[in-house]
Design a protein around this ligand. Structure first.
Ligand SMILES: Nc1ncnc2c1ncn2[C@@H]1O[C@H](COP(=O)(O)OP(=O)(O)OP(=O)(O)O)[C@@H](O)[C@H]1O
Length: 306
């Protein structure tokens, strides 16, 4: 099952396209990182997936075919907006009460346990808590919905490094305990490595990279060697990014040809951060090896997109 599936999804604000020709299939059971520069369309994509706005064209479904905003999706999708969107004048206890009244699958005991573990006082007004505590309250509330899919829009943006670490630990513990699927957008590229197992990079409203992290890192490598031979080598390989340092050149390439490297050249593997930064710096480079959405396959078999 795909937890989010889009087919040629597009959104226009006035005359400006925020998202274009977006075809994705995000498999269940993964922690998906959605990365891209400011204004690349991350929030737009997430808001379309939770049904907070409607698309200009194309389709989007969640959890194997539900329409965003439908009762099934409302019950099973948890969403944490960019600004945690809590009522600042409510006490934590009252925020729990509101959640309990609004959600059919609400697990109050789970929320209380999470808050107690983090020493968050239930009688304190949400607005009087620190930013880190507020994000922990928001996480406790959204997890109390017992979602099958959790969508988080830049959950780390306002947090210091320690609070970021605590937030991600709490999130990963919940993923391990409940097996839920997570999609989150983030600018904190350095911290994705140990967290996500699927990656989407958006650039200028278009999908630039999509795939499982293991596949992406296995299908790229860095070649380093003398600058004078770099041109000929680069011409024969799919180069994502080329960098120069003194007499050395580094090429980040997609799966090499298997041909032996010229003398003086070495290759090594690539980490997720290096890979993401290379694609962010080269918006014209693209790799889309992710699984084909079922909807795409169905449409193609009917000749709809021929
Ligand atoms: N309500 C709106 N009205 C008009 N244009 C909008 C609106 N919301 C977003 N946009 C534009 O759509 C594009 C994509 O915005 P979006 O917020 O989806 O990007 P983002 O990748 O989430 O950015 P950031 O990382 O800064 O949060 C941007 O050019 C933005 O200016």
């Amino acid at each position: 099952m795909n937890v989010i599936e889009t087919l040629k999804l597009a959104k226009r604000y006035g005359r400006r396209w925020a998202l274009e020709d977006c075809t994705l299939a995000l498999p269940a059971g993964r922690v998906v990182a959605l990365v891209g520069p400011n204004g690349s369309g991350k929030t737009t994509l997430l808001h379309l997936a939770v049904g907070l706005m409607s698309q200009t064209s194309g389709t989007v479904t969640v959890l194997g075919g539900s329409r965003p905003g439908s009762q099934d999706a409302l019950d099973r999708v948890g969403f944490m907006a960019q600004s945690t969107a809590l009522y600042r004048n409510l006490s934590v206890e009252d925020a729990l009460r509101v959640g309990r009244n609004l959600n059919r699958r609400w697990d109050n005991a789970l929320a209380l346990e999470r808050l107690r573990e983090r020493d968050i006082p239930l009688d304190r007004k949400v607005g009087k808590l620190s930013g880190g505590q507020q994000s922990q309250v928001a996480l406790a509330l959204v997890l109390a919905k017992r979602p099958d899919l959790l969508i988080l829009d830049e959950p780390l943006a306002a947090l210091d490094p320690l609070a970021r670490h605590e937030f991600m630990s709490a999130l990963m513990a919940a993923v391990a305990a409940d097996g839920l699927s997570v999609v989150f957008s983030s600018h904190v590229v350095a911290e994705l490595e140990n967290v996500c197992d699927h990656l989407i990079v958006l650039s200028g409203g278009r999908v630039q990279v999509a795939g499982d992290v293991d596949d992406l890192t296995a299908s790229h490598q860095v070649l380093a060697g003398p600058a004078e031979e770099a041109g000929a080598l680069a011409a024969s390989l799919p180069v994502v990014r080329q960098q120069w340092a003194a007499a050395q050149t580094q090429l980040l390439v997609r799966a090499g040809s298997g041909e032996p490297l010229p003398p003086g050249w070495q290759s090594h593997g690539v980490g997720l951060e290096e890979l993401v930064l290379a694609y962010l710096r080269e918006p014209s480079a693209s790799v889309l090896p992710g699984p084909r959405p079922a909807a795409t396959a169905a449409a193609e078999s009917k000749g709809a997109w021929a």
